[in-house]
Ligand binder design. Sequence first.
Ligand SMILES: [Mg+2]
Length: 160
Amino acid sequence: MAHRGAHFQRDYSKRQVNLRALIDMDGVLCDFEAYFLEKFKEKYPDEPFIAVEDRDGVDVFICTSPVKAYKHCLKEKYQWVEKHMGKQWLDRILLVKDKTMVNGHLLIDDRPGLNPYPSWDHILFTQSHNSRMKNGQRRLENWTDGSWKDLIDEYKKRVA
Ligand SMILES: [Mg+2]
């Protein structure tokens, strides 16, 4: 607890607030799993998967809601992250039923209609179940066309 507090105090005492990007798992990070990762690695063989963590000024967290039948769910989520993103990402998993309880600048999530009054902007990740919704909400269509980089850069400027 002391370590965690020191971390946040250090960041804010320097008045350097990193952009905090929250990324949903189901339907966003791991929906395409094998297919997507294979294609991504073909297209960008030298780039690590979702390389934003390494970008200066951006803290990326995986923000995911467990199902109530958690017995296998929690283990599978951790296993997926370790397998596909690496052990270093295990400390960046936020398991929370109500994502509005998490503090961040943006949340990329495929679920429309999240609870009101979050601290973050909800960027709707397009999936078949929400693709026809026209509510004017900002979207991220996919991870492959590079538009996520523009999104992150835009938000980095906002918090700078
Ligand atoms: Mg989801």
